[in-house]
Design a protein around this ligand. Structure first.
Ligand SMILES: N[C@@H](CCC(=O)N[C@@H](CS)C(=O)NCC(=O)O)C(=O)O
Length: 209
């Protein structure tokens, strides 16, 4: 399969989830401004929506929409979704909330020139992060088991940090916990993004020799 992505975009959650699932995939970078892929193709001819992520399966089926991409990966690796009779329902509930309430709320921060609008968006996001902070249960959103929803939330928290959005200490601890996962470090490195662990946890070559 192949994931169309942009560095640090919501598609990063698909890459992390593919690594968590142990699934082999190719990755093709998309410039989301010009809509040209790294191999020089017009992305809008491949995906008329022009958005990443898009996951193309080995049989040629193409899946868009992050919720669909992440649930598909969870279908292939059921350990990446919450267990129990309502497990799938709870996963869709969480992914929908992250997508429609959190992800979308960032739009002014990415695209507006209006500082007042950006400040309002940051406050909305902070309030929604407070709500999700209450959901963190033991280690992750659904207890000790890391799920594809954690991969999506991690990307949202990366953005929140970059834009200086207020975060509870619990959420900061959660972010740092997720950042320590080998799959997350690998995904960030593959996209050319900085390691998200606190500096104190990153072994320096001088100190480790
Ligand atoms: N509804 C889509 C939205 C995905 C989305 O917002 N992707 C952003 C990157 S995080 C993008 O490709 N933006 C390109 C653009 O706005 O033209 C989904 O949930 O997958």
């Amino acid at each position: 399969m192949k994931l169309y992505y942009a560095p640090g975009a919501c598609s990063l959650s698909g890459r992390i989830s593919l690594h968590e699932a142990g699934l082999d995939a190719d990755f093709e970078r998309v410039d989301i401004k010009t809509k040209i892929t790294e191999r020089g193709y017009d992305y809008t001819a491949i995906n008329p929506k022009g958005y990443v992520p898009m996951l193309v399966l080995d049989d040629g089926n193409a899946v868009t929409e992050n919720i669909a991409v992440l649930t598909l990966i969870a279908d292939r690796a059921p350990d990446l979704e919450p267990g129990g009779p309502l497990g799938r329902t709870r996963l869709i509930e969480m992914l929908s909330w992250i997508s429609t309430e959190l992800h979308v709320a960032f739009t002014p921060l990415w695209s507006s020139d209006d500082e007042a609008e950006k400040a309002r968006a940051a406050e909305t996001i902070a309030k929604r992060l407070d709500l999700i902070s209450d959901h963190i249960n033991e280690l992750y959103l659904f207890g000790p088991r890391f799920t594809v929803a954690d991969a999506y939330l991690f990307v949202m928290l990366r953005w929140a940090r970059a834009f200086g959005v207020r975060m509870s200490p619990d959420l900061v601890g959660y972010f740092e916990r997720v950042a320590e996962r080998e799959t997350v470090r690998r995904a960030l490195a593959e996209e050319g993004l900085p390691d998200a662990r606190p500096a104190s946890q990153i072994a320096s070559p001088e100190l480790s020799s």
